[in-house]
Design a binder for this molecule. Sequence first.
Ligand code: NDP
Length: 292
Amino acid sequence: MQLIDGNKIAADIISELKAEVAEFSGRKPCLALVRVGEDPASVSYVRKKEKTAEEIGIDGKIILPPITISQQELESLIESLNADPSVDGILVQSPLPSPLDEKSAFKKISPDKDVDGFHPINIGKIAQEDESGFISCTPAGIMELLKRSNVNLKGKHVVVLGRSLIVGKPVALLALQKKAGANATVTICHSGTENLSTISKQADVLIAAIGKSEFVTRDMVKPGCVVIDVGINRVADPSKKTGFRLTGDVHFPSVSEIVSHITPVPGGVGPMTVAMLMKNTVKAYKMRTEKK
Ligand code: NDP
């Protein structure tokens, strides 16, 4: 069994980006990170993104509007960042506190600065196999993990558990694309799927993104399968200082015994998400500077 080490692969991507950014003349790439409220997970994610940007040589511009910001004020802020020539990428940290409407805010981000890849135009570009768009970071990270672990999806049966717009649907579309490294036969399962384990057992590559701790057990997986565990679940554990431990959507101890490759949680898909955000920011910078 080969453990797919997301920390190592993400670190490789970050050092490649650092070398690339060091060659840029003139201004540095700039990523605007907008965080509303003090949700502890969001605080820690934005801090991690800022730190990684700094490591690469990307200017991380943190914007912390008051929690009382209205939808209209938030959207005006996004519009001012769209118009700011010194900003290449804009990220609005999810989840936004209620009553702010996240979907509407994401749509306001200019598609050519939408480095999180949540704008409908960028999601549509995946379906069109148009590489000028931004692929959302977690699906892009999954494809990169597979590529760098020499897992070729060509002709394979990829089963995706979950159909969310940020993970399940885009990763299924990416695996389906008629291009090198992809070209798979794809099945998507969701909460309405009947006989899910009969389908998951047919997978050559199983991508679990449902948000249910250790849902995928050994009897649901074909021996020799490649398993990508996207889930990040907090399970109460009084023995931990934090009071919880992180688990994936896959029961790692039993499943890892029969698969050919598997990602751990933590240390699998998670670190790739930040690395791909940085990759998208550098892409946005290059697209904007090359246009001039
Ligand atoms: P969502 O809650 O948006 O989507 C979950 C999907 O799983 C839905 O399509 C849902 O079906 C399906 N589902 C839920 N329960 C079942 C079930 N019992 N059987 C089959 N399908 C089921 O989650 P996300 O896609 O946002 O995230 C999924 C997981 O990935 C979470 O644990 C999240 O924390 C993690 N995540 C990790 C990231 C990373 O960087 N590693 C980034 C993003 C997410 P239906 O559509 O029918 O409701």
